[in-house]
Design a protein. Structure first.
Lengths: 744, 203
């Protein structure tokens, strides 16, 4: 058999790929039939709840659980290793003791009867206040980079040279801007909190885990519990929100397994809502001071910034690499300070670092347009450079330019734009337009898939992937349906267990690329084997056979063929099984690619009396290579934009500087967008042949990057001055109006 | 809706109570509980504690369940009847994820005591499924008004209740009237389309 050339059908001959197939598990999700980790009820199951530290920084002096153990219904009390007397606790909410009981209510009562003595320690959570952080000894240099066109002379000191050269360049610039921009920390706030429902079957651990990483978490349980990984089966058919924080079993997951072992009963342990917000991951804050200079056309040629960022108690802050974002000025210096606080540690949040980088730098570019009195559209366009000499990283300048044009048409930029602060007023209301650009990798992750074709024509796939809401199940079925010329509902997709062939974690927008690769490869290989059998029977060369409309037939002669079922019947008694693996490599695969670019534009109204910002319209133009499912891709973009509106206008973690308490750690105070807040959202896929032919690229993250900058720029265009911090709450809008008195 | 919520400031509480009551969300659970407790107090001064057998009418079926005074309707649905469509996202009804219909009114099962639901007709998201699903979940599927899906059953019930009350709702009314539920994935744009489609279908 000749080597198989992996490929996608072209646009015109695609029957399934690129279509609007509805989500296969939509009805199960809509009517409560879909079972999430939190919903798994096992016979004789204990429900566990945990006590979280009320202090943001303290030492545990003693724990007395004797009263808790006497509470009716309480079965087991488990003190976590990191909470043993003498231990230091570094953020509020950190779990200390787990109580397992016959019901959630009994567990909660047990927790209320725990007696813990704490010794409070010094607290620092005021990450916005750099001077205070320095005084508290909570800052550390966190990298930086200098790049200058001119090189220092042999006898010149590099850092003094950089100082002088940057001053010279700034002085020489036709236009200069000095600015301050920032974005507060937010949390993941998954609606299904982190947690696990577990039981032991002799020496085997079965763990239903709310996870983005089915194939990779069995090791995590095994290592912690010191058992062989082949004794662990991690299962997850549905996960209620995973935005980068659910990659590991976490210590509470393994604690559930220990309690299950100790009691001989299944255990369910999910974080409470406040614990989810305090421990379940957050996105680092970032605050930036910058001076930038542009030439007479508005092309930024020099950038000099310092920023600070806090991931909380642990984890990386926003690095220098995303500063300035997408744009790559010829001369720059960027330095970073990391601030460590007594907040829970950061976890990867949808497109890690990109939303912050975008929000704190493309705002400065917009301020340059404001300063020059020109349209941000023109300034952004000029700074793109050309494909031969790009002024941007990520996607090609020509892609951004094309997307800018489309976005401008969809938002009616020409008719609606006015110079910053010079729009018509309607009473207290002013309106404005803003832009942002983004980029992301999104190359497929490693993925192995087994395709099994039964002699009766049934098709199954087996792959240790997960569906975090993207629609992975639907995508896998579509790829195989396209490959075999079948309907999507003829394919049975098996996923969501670590017993299945290994597939990567759903992070970095890598899943759709990864599973499309493994399923298409396995599918094409299986089809080649079926075609060989059909070829022998029909006397048509295998290379001339195609799978279409439920048949295997000669290309151009539908009469010469057999039904799919007949073809599979030729397998005899045994099903055909084909395994295929995709491993990302530097050599481009014909099926997938990496790197996308997108353009977003926002149109907002600002009420200068109340400080309220209202979304009028938001346009998102997105490149993603080949689109597998247009409907699901659109959903991803709508969702990302809405998440972006949330962090632009509403969402922030608020900590009490004195106690370090996370003050708004519940759903009523942790403000997210609601349905009435989103305005009109227009999504446009940029899929010309030049991009489609690159193959599949992940999409989950890129569209969440740009809303911060686009909305901030629109607000600045409306008011004529910047509201420097996101989220732009009414309070902050009013403060900005006060600080710019006479300008609004 | 937007205005009243924003004007309270990001540092204040989530949304305006008056709008919330007017909206779709799990309405006035606290009031219902108070009324029920008041009625019980009038009948007898007996202090109830420990587990009691009661009968609840859920999705048209009489269900004998064992509850303590503190047991919420959500706990009974999820742990005793294995009806897990209503989700425990918040315990104060601010997310709408546990929305069920109690005598046709949308309420948060998380903030209703089970004992307060005796004699009432309780309907959960599961009752809108089955072989002939209700037009609301069907529209959610057709318009992909779900991603991770964890908020979805609560939203489906909220939309059903809202459209029962406002069968000819305009888009503007839909945008104003469904602010009691939270979706983290951001499915609102598609939920609006789904609700519009149900109105157009006259169901």
């Amino acid at each position: 058999m000749a080597d198989i050339q992996y490929s996608w059908p072209d646009r015109d001959s695609s029957k399934v790929i690129g279509g609007r197939q509805i989500r296969l598990d939509g009805m199960a999700k809509s009517t409560g039939a879909a079972k999430y980790t939190y919903d798994i009820n096992l016979k004789n199951m204990l429900v566990a709840r945990a006590l979280g530290s009320p202090h943001a920084h303290c030492t545990i002096k003693s724990i007395d659980s004797s009263l808790a153990e006497k509470v009716p219904g309480v079965v087991h009390v488990h003190v976590l290793d990191h909470a043993k007397p003498g231990s230091e606790i570094r953020w509020q909410g950190e779990l200390l003791v787990i109580v397992a009981a016959e019901s959630e209510a009994a567990a909660m009562e047990g927790i209320s009867k725990l007696r813990v003595e704490y010794e409070p320690l010094d607290v620092f959570v005021d990450e916005f206040n750099l001077e205070a952080a320095k005084k508290a000894g909570r800052t550390a240099k966190d990298g930086g980079k200098v790049q200058l066109e001119k090189e220092p002379g042999d006898d010149e000191d590099e850092s003094t040279f950089a100082d002088k050269e940057l001053e010279r360049l700034l002085k020489q610039s036709a236009h200069r801007v000095e600015g301050f921009y920032g974005i507060d920390a937010i949390t993941h706030c998954c609606l299904e909190p982190h947690g696990a429902t577990v039981y032991w079957d002799n020496d085997q651990l079965i763990a239903y885990l709310s996870t983005q990483n089915v194939s990779g978490t069995d090791e995590g349980f095994a290592n912690d519990l010191k058992i062989p990984a082949d004794k662990v089966d991690v299962r997850c058919q549905y996960v209620g929100g995973g935005f980068g924080s659910k990659f590991a079993p976490d210590y509470w997951g393994t604690a559930a397994a220990r309690i299950a072992k100790a009691t001989g009963r299944p255990v369910k342990l999910m974080l409470s809502r406040d614990q989810e917000l305090k421990l379940g991951g957050n996105r680092p804050s970032a605050y930036l001071k910058v001076r930038l200079g542009a030439d007479k056309d508005g092309v930024v040629t020099v950038w000099d910034s310092d920023h600070w960022s806090s991931p909380g108690a642990d984890g990386p802050g926003v690095p220098q690499g995303v500063i300035p974002y997408v744009f790559t000025p010829k001369n720059y210096r960027r330095t970073v300070t990391k601030v460590t606080t007594n907040n829970g540690p950061a976890r990867a949040w949808r497109a890690p670092n990109h939303p912050q980088g975008c929000a704190i730098t493309q705002t400065a570019y917009d301020d340059m347009a404001a300063k020059m009195g020109i349209s941000s559209y023109d300034l952004f366009l000029k700074n793109l450079g050309t494909d031969d000499s790009p002024g941007v990283a990520g996607a090609k300048p020509s892609v951004y330019a094309a997307e800018l044009e489309i976005a401008a048409r969809l938002i009616d930029w020409k008719a609606k734009w006015h110079p910053h602060g010079k729009g018509a007023r309607r009473g207290d209301i002013v309106d404005g337009l803003g832009i942002s650009l983004h980029t992301w990798g999104g190359g497929g992750h490693g993925s192995t898939c087994i395709v099994k074709i039964h002699p009766d024509g049934g098709v199954e796939s087996f792959c240790g992937t997960q569906d975090i809401g993207t629609g992975t199940r639907t995508v896998c079925a579509m790829v195989l349906a396209e490959t075999f010329g079948l309907n999507v509902d003829a394919i049975r997709v098996n996923y969501g267990s670590s017993r299945l062939p290994v597939s990567g974690p759903s992070g970095g927008s890598t899943t759709v690329g990864g599973v499309s690769e493994s399923h298409r490869r396995a599918g094409q290989e299986a089809l080649a084997k079926i075609n060989e059998m059909v070829s022998a029977k029909l006397g048509v060369p295998a290379a001339d056979l195609i799978a279409v409309d439920g048949r295997i037939q000669a290309r151009g002669d539908a009469k010469k063929g057999v039904s799919w079922k007949e073809a599979c019947g030729m397998l005899g008694m045994k099903p055909l099984e084909v395994t295929a693996t995709f491993r990302p490599s530097p050599t481009k695969s014909p099926l997938s690619d990496t790197k996308v670019g997108g353009v977003q534009m926002a149109h907002v109204e600002v009420d200068t009396r109340t400080g309220l910002i209202r979304m009028k319209k938001f346009v998102a133009v997105q490149d993603m290579g080949l689109i597998v499912n247009r409907r699901l891709a659109e959903s991803q973009i709508y969702g990302a934009v809405i998440m972006g509106i949330a962090y632009s206008l509403f969402e922030q973690r608020i900590s009490d500087p004195a106690s370090g308490a996370f003050l708004n750690a519940d759903m009523s105070k942790y403000n997210l967008c609601r349905l009435g807040d989103i305005g009109e959202i227009v999504v446009e896929m940029y899929e010309p042949e030049s991009e489609r032919s690159r193959g599949v690229i992940g999409l989950g993250e890129p569209p969440v990057i740009g809303p911060g900058a686009a909305i901030s720029n629109a607000v600045c265009n409306a008011l004529g001055f910047r509201v420097p911090l996101l989220p732009m709450t009414p309070q902050r809008v009013l403060e900005a109006i006060k600080n710019n008195a006479g300008r609004a | 809706m937007t205005d009243s919520r924003q004007s309270s400031g990001a540092r204040a509480s989530g949304f305006h109570r008056r709008d919330f009551l007017r909206g779709s969300g799990a309405v006035a659970a606290a009031t219902a509980v108070q009324t029920q407790l008041a009625a019980q107090q009038e009948k007898a001064s007996k202090v109830i504690s420990g587990a009691t057998k009661i009968t609840l009418t859920v999705n048209g079926k009489e269900q004998a369940v064992s509850v303590e005074p503190r047991t919420t309707l959500l706990d009974v649905l999820r742990y005793q009847l294995d009806l897990t469509g209503a989700k425990p996202v918040s315990m104060d009804s601010s997310s709408g994820a546990s929305t069920v219909l109690v005598d046709d009114q949308p309420m948060s099962a998380s903030s209703l005591l089970a004992v307060a639901c005796v004699g009432k007709k309780i309907r959960t998201a599961e009752s809108l499924g089955g072989e002939k699903p209700d037009p609301v979940p069907s529209a959610f599927v057709a318009h992909d008004a779900q991603q991770c899906g964890f908020c979805t059953p609560g939203f489906v019930v909220a939309v059903r209740a809202f459209l029962d009350k406002h069968p000819r709702a305009t888009e503007e009314e839909i945008r104003k009237g469904l602010n009691g539920n939270i979706c983290r994935c951001g499915t609102y744009a598609n939920i609006i389309q789904a609700a519009i489609a149900v109105v157009k279908g006259g169901k």
